[in-house]
Design a protein around this ligand. Structure first.
Ligand code: SF4
Length: 279
């Protein structure tokens, strides 16, 4: 049964078919679909633009367990969203196409990005994150509800290390490895102006280090360790990039006060200064 998008009113199946008119859907019905790890690698290496990459990510079906999970969640839904269509597909990177700041997260949330189709959108983690990006001048507004809410990022791009919602927020090492070429390709296609990479949690920190290494960069010795407020200067083919760690804005961290708005403000403010996004 088709249901209306909560903002646009257009009706969609769950999961949403490619090219059906969902806000921000980068794919069309003609977009090539990767359905194995080998195809992800080949298509990611061949991608010639970030638009092509986003489209191919948005229809990827290479991880059977994650495809089954994301689509099952899109049908079963959470009670409070039962009247909405669910995206039920991978969440591509989103934001500036030539960013100076790249924010790396773990994976979409089952009822967040897997519902709205935009990374970190539609859950409390995203609310916390985008409010902080707005305070740092990296987003035009703090409101973050759905993919047609008018939110835009300033010199900033947000990506997930794994682009499908995993059960229990825990991708397997094999799923992480299967998805990694999409992140590597994103770095190749949009990374030239990036001066700061912000890793949301230890998983994202390791993914960011792997991303830089995969592109021939150097992360130094000993390998930098994740911590909130940790920084490391990485050598990349386009110069020095500062990696900054913050605790993941999960409810577990924000509700308990392990991560406060001030703690995010301190890191994002510093990141904006290093990256020169402020005028
Ligand atoms: S996690 Fe990544 S590689 Fe696996 S199906 Fe989703 S987009 Fe494809």
């Amino acid at each position: 049964m088709k249901l209306a998008h909560p903002r646009t009113g257009k009706r969609f199946d769950s999961p949403v078919p490619a090219g059906a008119g969902w806000p921000g859907d980068p794919a069309t019905r003609a977009t090539a679909v990767a359905d194995s790890a080998a195809q992800v690698t080949a298509m990611a290496e061949a991608a010639e633009s970030v638009d092509q990459l986003d489209a191919e990510v948005a229809v990827c079906r290479a991880c059977p367990r994650l495809v089954e999970w994301r689509e099952r969640v899109a049908v079963q839904k959470r009670k409070s969203y039962a009247g909405e269509p669910y995206w039920g597909r991978p969440a591509p990177g989103w934001g500036a196409s030539r960013p100076r700041v790249m924010v790396v997260g773990l994976a979409p949330a089952a009822h967040g990005a897997n519902r709205t189709g935009r990374v970190f959108t539609g859950d409390r983690s995203g609310d916390f994150l985008f409010a902080a990006l707005h305070r740092a001048g990296l987003a035009n507004q703090s409101l973050c509800v759905d993919a047609a809410d008018g939110l835009a990022l300033n010199d900033t791009r947000i990506v997930a290390a794994v682009r499908c919602a995993p059960p229990a927020n825990a991708p397997t090492p094999a799923e992480r490895a299967t998805c990694a070429p999409w992140l590597d390709a994103e770095w190749r296609l949009v990374g030239a102006d990036v001066r700061v990479v912000i890793a949301l949690g230890g998983f994202a920190w390791r993914a960011a280090l792997d991303m830089v290494r995969a592109a021939g960069g150097s992360v130094g010795r000993p390998v930098p360790k994740f911590g909130h407020g940790a920084t490391a200067v990485l050598e990349t083919s386009h110069g020095e990039v500062t990696l900054m760690g913050v605790y993941h804005p999960s409810q577990q961290n924000t509700f308990t006060g392990k991560l406060t708005p001030q703690m995010l403000d301190d890191v994002f403010g510093k990141a904006a200064e290093i990256a020169g996004t402020r005028t």
